[in-house]
Ligand binder design. Sequence first.
Ligand code: ADP
Ligand code: MG
Length: 240
Amino acid sequence: MIDIQNISKQFPGTTAVRDLSLQVNDGQIFGFLGPNGAGKSTTIKMITGILPIDKGFITINGSDITKNPLEAKQKIGYVPDRSDVFLRLKGIEYLNYIADVYKVPTEVRKDKIEYFTKKFGIYGALNDHILTYSHGMRQKVVICGVLLHDPDVWILDEPLTGLDPKSSYILKEMMREHADKGKTVFFSTHVLEVVEQLCDEVAIINNGHIEFLGNMTDMKREFKDDESLEKVFLELTQNE
Ligand code: ADP
Ligand code: MG
């Protein structure tokens, strides 16, 4: 479970996140929907302990990300919006490094690396440098790294952007399976269809605060039948 209580984040000249609260329960896929610049990545960076929180607090399955960062981070699998990491490493070196960090035993990691990278179609590229990978391949190698230590709480920042249809389908299936096991999946997107397709719960964020919070049924009920969800989303997130 992710519990976010009244968090705020200020950058010079901008309030990126304003008094934001939400809970993601076990067994749920939670969609964090909003246009570019809404504050999605800033929120995610606070959840994952990358950015300090100005006000408020966040706990991950009971561990406070500010007070017990290591404990909280061990429970998290995070896929950032940009996967340009460790470009000078080969795919296999990167995955072994991540497995070392999370203390995945040698016998276990070998099978897992093979399984996940074959699933995403990058097994054959593991001996190439990440520098030579396409955006989609970089995204996939990071996703495989996250899956190695089997974290309970998945936090994915626009994970489907740049993935080919097959990999996107596989990842969505994995997200569903993970939630169905009673674990937690939180992901951001600017695409309404993805949320409609995939989520149990949704928050619509705009200008750093939440415009709507609820499940898909509430969302459809709350807004008039004659308006398409897309129109509602566009109106909610209109800037002046
Ligand atoms: P999203 O992920 O929803 O597209 P972000 O969280 O990246 O949005 O950005 C929210 C707002 O905060 C934007 O106005 C952005 O310009 C600003 N912002 C994000 N990161 C920084 C930063 N490091 N310094 C200053 N402003 C930032
Ligand atoms: Mg972002």
